[in-house]
Structures are given as C-alpha cells and as structure tokens.
Design a protein around this ligand. Sequence first.
Ligand code: ITT
Ligand code: NA
Length: 221
Amino acid sequence: MLRYVTTNEGKVAEAREYLDDVSALDFDYTEIQSDSLVDIAARGAREAHAHADEPVIVDDAGLFVDSLGGFPGPYSAYVEDTVGIEAVGRLAERERGNEEDGRAAFRCVIAYCDGEEFAASPDPVDRGDRVTAAATDLDEDEESGDEDADDGSSPSGPPVKLFEGVVRGRIVEPRGDGGFGYDPIFEHDGTTMAEMSTVEKNAISHRGRALAKFGEWYHER
Ligand code: ITT
Ligand code: NA
C-alpha cells in the first residue's frame, strides 16, 4: 500500500488516476522553513516513512507569479490561509506592468521514500535549483520534459526519489468551482484549472505531470 501523506483530499483525488493502490495518510511532518520545494518534500517523505514504515509520497506544490518575483512560491499554503487567493490575484494585477500578462507557473515536487536504495538513474540531475528558481526563469518546453532526480546523496536519511512537474499559465479573476487552492485564478489555454474536470486538470497540471512520471517509475519498481 502506497500512502500519500497529505491532508489535502484534492491531491489524493488527482493521484487516483495514476495510482490504484494509494490512500491518504494524515501525518503532520515538519514543513521546514525553506525556499526549496525539493527540500520540504524530501525531508517530509523521510520523516513520514520513519513514522509509518510504509512506502510514502509527499507532494509539495506552489504558485510562482512572475511579476511578484516568484511569490508566493513555497509559502503558497501560508499565504492562502492568511490573505486568500483573491488577494494574490489582486497583488499580481497591481504589480504587473503593461507588457506583463499575469504570467505564472505552478510547480509540484513529489518525493517518494520506502527506506530502500534506488538503482542509479540513467541521468541523475539535481533539480533543486530549478524548483526554487523564480517562475521568470522557467521555460515550459524545457520544464515539461522534466526527468526525475535521485536525492540519494543526502546524508540526512534514506534515499528519496524526486519527480517534478511544472505548468505555465496566467493569473486571472477567479472562475470555476472545481479543483482546490489557487485553481480559480490560474488559467491555462483560456481555461482556469477550477473550470476543468480532474482528468482535464491532470492532463496539463504540475501535479499530473509529476504523477505521470512517478506512476511510470513506480509501476516498474
Ligand atoms: P498538504 O501539505 O497536506 O499536502 P497543502 O494544501 O498544504 O496540503 P501544499 O503545501 O503542497 O499542500 O500546497 C501549497 C499551496 O498551493 C496550498 O495553498 C494549496 O492549496 C496550493 N495548491 C497545491 N496544489 C494546487 C493545485 O493543484 N491547484 C491549486 N492550488 C494548489
Ligand atoms: Na503543505
């Protein structure tokens, strides 16, 4: 049994399209103060595995708005809880120049840990810097082909396997009732993620891309 360590039901619903044996595990791992989604997810996965003694995945995600220098990024959950997504939309609108278009990216890092070593990846890349970079630095074509990355070199616990997904889009006035979190203000190809079904969102989303890569690797394992 694979455990998705999250309190966010929306994440688990999206994961079921890729993983048939997944269930949510409500474990309050330490969300370290870090500007790296990779660090947060990797440490969370190690801690959750040590606690649960089952294969676990932790998913850390964030919205990176170009005109705000990548804010709220790794602080997206805190910002949603404190000021709300509409405030982020208004801030993005106020800060963007005429030539800007509300451009933003959503990023997701999935960290898997089962306490075992992994076979070396054919092309191990440390994706950490890519994940913390401001959305301005990203190129979707490059990002959408993300490979997975090994993090076995870290001294702080058992190896963690990392999978990343990125989607680019625009910040708009809220539309739609589906999805969760920032979905109503994040538009991709004319549709907000809250206007998409789970299947449609997965087909283009940061999490869908990360899950597709994870699912492929996990089913071979
Ligand atoms: P867990 O930590 O329990 O998994 P969370 O909702 O806090 O749940 P994250 O820290 O990964 O998950 O999420 C960071 C923020 O980004 C939070 O405000 C989410 O609502 C939001 N978010 C994550 N994935 C999203 C998605 O697919 N669409 C819209 N918003 C999303
Ligand atoms: Na979180």
